[in-house]
Design a protein around this ligand. Sequence first.
Ligand SMILES: Cc1cc2nc3c(=O)[nH]c(=O)nc-3n(C[C@H](O)[C@H](O)[C@H](O)COP(=O)(O)OP(=O)(O)OC[C@H]3O[C@@H](n4cnc5c(N)ncnc54)[C@H](O)[C@@H]3O)c2cc1C
Length: 564
Amino acid sequence: MPSHDVLIIGAGLAGQRAALAAAEAGASVAILSKVHPVRSHSVAAAGGMNAAIALDDDWTSHAYDTVKGSDFLGDQDAIEIMCSEAPAEVMHLEHIGVTFYRNETGHLDLRAFGGASKKRTAYVADITGQAILHVLYEQLMRHHETVDRFEEWFVTSLILDDDGGCAGAVARDIRSGDMQVFNAKSVILASGGAGQCYKPTTNALICTADGIAQAYAVGAPLMDMEMVQYHPTTLAENGFLITEGARGEGAQLLNSEGRRFMEDTAPNKMELASRDVVSRAEQIEINEGRGVGPDGQGIYLDITVVPRKRVLEALREIVNIGRDFAGTDITREPIVIRPGQHYIMGGVKTDTDGATPITGLYAAGEVACVSVHGGNRLGANSLLDTLIFGRRAGEHAARRATNIPPPSTRDSRLREDVARIDTIIARERGGRRVSAIKDELGTMMNQKVAVFRDEDGLQEARETILRLKEEAEVAAIDDRGTVFNQDVLGAIELGYLLDCAQATVVAAIERKESRGAQFRTDYPDRDDEEWLKHIDLTRGEDGDPEVSYSEVTITQWQPEVRKY
Ligand SMILES: Cc1cc2nc3c(=O)[nH]c(=O)nc-3n(C[C@H](O)[C@H](O)[C@H](O)COP(=O)(O)OP(=O)(O)OC[C@H]3O[C@@H](n4cnc5c(N)ncnc54)[C@H](O)[C@@H]3O)c2cc1C
């Protein structure tokens, strides 16, 4: 039974940054990932990360933009920490080897991004996540004596000790099917987002809400779960992301009349208003019959207005995506896009050191809700969030571990998880397939829990999820083996997705106003009197979410009408 000071679940940017910080603080670390670490979804991050490093910029301006972007639901103490620590984090990454683009004067180049009052997005072409993730992986190798990597291990549960603190996790070696307990004094969840609750999504197939459901199962509260981000530019064909970097470089959005409709909703920022605002404006054009594409369900993104040389240099990945997945040469013609699920602002509730209310359990990255994004995340603030709060969680978890003895865990949880997997494998065939249930969930969420929501649609979504949960309980799989049995893992992930989707819908029903990514057509206004508060969800006795509220921390910016 491996035992470490700090166990990190997930090896995307949040997990690897946490591992590096914990190792540098002298802790012994285990980092587990269900895929090879550099295949984590962070590798797909394209556009860049925000930091107020320009001489005429200031972190308080970045913080204000973030607060405004969050529609005043973000906690301002956490936002202040993230934005004030951002410049040093970018410099640190540069010094350990990330090749951020530079301008002709030799300084770091910065690109414009949505909702930002200055150019403050540092980038490496449109492969920023990949560039950072690979450098962090190299750095972790330097610590090979204290950091043990468990690659292609799937965590099935968190383990609590007798006092209700977190003492480790159960995981399955995907290669062999062996199950083990990992003991640790501190556990950091860094297992990423939940985009696969939706179909389509920009998120990888591995973004299945595992950490959210696992923390929720042991009693950790979830927060801001109703806040699901639709990105304004995803490929109409399949939901692939076209980075906001395109609009940052000057690309324009056009309706079927060839008009830049953003001048109606955001005359100052136009295409670079915040994502919730742009996605809603696009959806209105589509709903009112001014959409483009074969089914009228798209909008044109015109990148031809950006000089071709610049596109080939700074947006080369989306040139490839346009050519390979839409048959469009984006340097010569507009491409058809539409709003698509991209990110979840909510997650496991933490403080600004990543600590959850469960002793010894931390969370960082997309799985967590600090909350720096509130009702709507600004583009290029997520990479920043993973790195700042990944580091802080790593440092804090390591500090905590120096003062306490190793936990003694029982292996009852291990036995239960082994039995659960055996039961899934032994199910009689005949029920619905896991993939069919997942498809129905994703398609339904994309219809009823999307850019526009209302009570009837949300109630239908709630009922559908309860039915799908019953069907998932008996869904049979084909693979009965132990070696790389992805089939059985898919069945477990489906359970996580359903728990997460249920939390999203319950919170969306609860919030009877429109704020950030939650737009209720039956409550179209923001209501600060009643709803300037977070919705927290914990797992009730009957397994369904129980609702409570917590205060939004306001330090210097009072809520005001949001205009772009
Ligand atoms: C296409 C795309 C482009 C993006 N572009 C940008 C951008 O330009 N700028 C920006 O700021 N943000 C961007 N984002 C958002 C940002 O990339 C993510 O929010 C962020 O990378 C999440 O990092 P993470 O470390 O929290 O999780 P991830 O990178 O998703 O990593 C999760 C890790 O957890 C592991 N894991 C999950 N479940 C288990 C389990 N059960 N057992 C073991 N391991 C598990 C996975 O293997 C993985 O290692 C983008 C997102 C997408 C999808």
